[in-house]
Design a binder for this molecule. Structure first.
Ligand code: 13P
Length: 251
């Protein structure tokens, strides 16, 4: 069944002192809400303490990146098996910041996706176009290629244990959210494209929208039939905002 989800992506934010009150406020305010999955993806170093704080709550935790390799001489990398040590249920792969700032191409992202799944961790595969690509009319082609690369390596059935997040680059951290209809168009393009390969996989796939989701625009985005929740950057660092977005989906 398609699961609704709000996931926070803290990116490179947070510290030991501030993480705890943020998480405690989120836990307290979302306590007992069951129909929606809630998740925070935190910097690697905070996983042990986040695990301690969130264990036995309805908030899951995950990482923001993972190595495509299982183990070996890869200085500075973190493997999926290491994430398992901290009971990460999820990991973001292919975030546009990884793609554009750290040179991750479709092949690398697909390998990371597969590495996560091999360890039993659900990858959240980020896809999305730049402003130039949108203006050039190549949005659908870009997204199709990003998803096709993963399917080529891991197979269409792998999407039964994955989440896709559509994050247009021009909407990330810019305050410029995609219009609900614009986002819906791409979400339904993704779902319909996958349905041609496997109708059940497409029907049950959770597709999140990300890019300047705030408490004042979350509801209209979440009302769209193919938007199953959000991947939240900046607003996930402010407890009241993150809780309000979570509640907007829960309604
Ligand atoms: P913002 O919500 O800050 O725009 O970030 C979105 C994002 O990149 C989540 O992964």
């Amino acid at each position: 069944m398609r699961r609704k989800m709000v996931a926070g992506n803290w990116k490179m934010h947070g510290n030991l002192l501030e993480n705890k009150p943020l998480l405690n406020a989120i836990v307290t305010n979302l306590n007992g809400l069951q129909e929606v999955s809630f998740l925070v993806c935190v910097p690697y170093l905070y996983l042990p303490s986040v695990q301690d704080t969130l264990r036995n709550t309805n908030i899951a935790w995950g990482a923001q990146n993972v190595s495509q390799y299982e183990k070996g001489p890869y200085t500075g990398e973190i493997s999926a098996l290491m994430l398992n040590d901290f009971e990460c249920g999820y990991v973001i792969v292919g975030h546009s910041e990884r793609r554009t700032l750290f040179g991750e191409d479709n092949r690398t992202v697909s390998e990371k996706y597969q590495a996560a799944q091999r360890a039993g961790i659900t990858p959240i595969l980020c896809v999305g176009e730049t402003l130039e690509q949108r203006e050039a009319g190549t949005t659908e082609q870009v997204i199709e290629e990003q998803i096709a690369s993963v399917i080529k390596l891991a197979g269409i059935k792998s999407l039964a244990n994955a989440i896709i997040a559509y994050e247009p680059l021009w909407a990330i951290g810019t305050g410029r959210t995609a219009l609900p209809e614009q986002a819906q168009d791409i979400h339904s393009f993704i779902r319909e494209g996958l349905a041609k390969q496997d109708a059940n996989i497409a029907k049950d796939l959770t597709i999140l929208y990300g890019g300047s989701v705030k408490s004042n625009n979350a509801s209209e985005l979440f009302d769209m039939p193919d938007i199953d929740g959000g991947l939240i950057g900046g607003a996930s660092l402010i407890a009241a905002d993150f809780v309000a977005i979570c509640r907007a989906l829960h309604q």
